[in-house]
Write a protein that binds this ligand. Sequence first.
Ligand code: PAF
Length: 287
Amino acid sequence: MRVLTTIDEVRAARGAFPGLGLVPTMGFLHEGHLSLVSRAKAECGAVAVSIFVNPTQFGPNEDLARYPRDLPRDLAFLQAGGVDAVFTPSPSEIYPAGFATRIEVGAVAEPLEGASRPGHFAGVATVVAKLFNIVQPTRAYFGQKDAQQCVVIRRMTRDLDLPVEIVVAPTVREADGLALSSRNAYLEPAQRAVAPVLFRALSDARLRFEAGERNAEALRAIIREVIAREPGVDIDYVSVADPETLRELDSVGTVGLASLAARIGKTRLIDNVLLGGAAPDVRAATT
Ligand code: PAF
């Protein structure tokens, strides 16, 4: 496994891999990342992982400084996962002095995470476009857990004619349903114990959808009610939206995206389920 820190090193190494899958990450890797790595390796023949805690996607009062980092552990994990190359640039390699360009993706970046975290998706889109240009992957792999991020990246990739295929893989969950996330590391044991309520609430809404409920506000109400029964969980938003446009729905047709963000203590978690026609979530092998 090659560990590369500069853009020049990546460009020099790129020719060795005719097909290359890229898994962009911010490190502190878990089984969800590993599932993306395995799929990329199987589908592309070779896989590169970027590890970069991207400062421009964090707001001024967010967790950039305390975001969990453990590069030696991540590298051991990736080596065992059969990764061909890892790109771990410094902030100044990605954002040299004078850097001034931002990619604004438009309407799909505005609601939900975009409304709660102003500027977040401009930071994500800009760094992902740079990673695509640097690594030049044939395919790039993202997790459905970050549903809006996937929509934003697909939109950007189409709009800018970037020559990469975007693959979205199912959310990987703990045995009790909690979606895997690097931020789960922030949860204290009592907080970790209540966190599965997020997926329970979304699953209840999905069950009601499958039983025939089509009124989007009724589905949002179910999610809110289930969460309200668990003390210490503060809802940021609950949404039932069109999975492509992310516009809130009055009535769900054949498909919808039920998503939420909530705080447990200081930790902000997001999760979602697709209503109708969805690939099932995956349980982590280790739990
Ligand atoms: O999902 C993430 O980890 C990040 O948003 C990404 C895509 C690596 C961009 O920094």
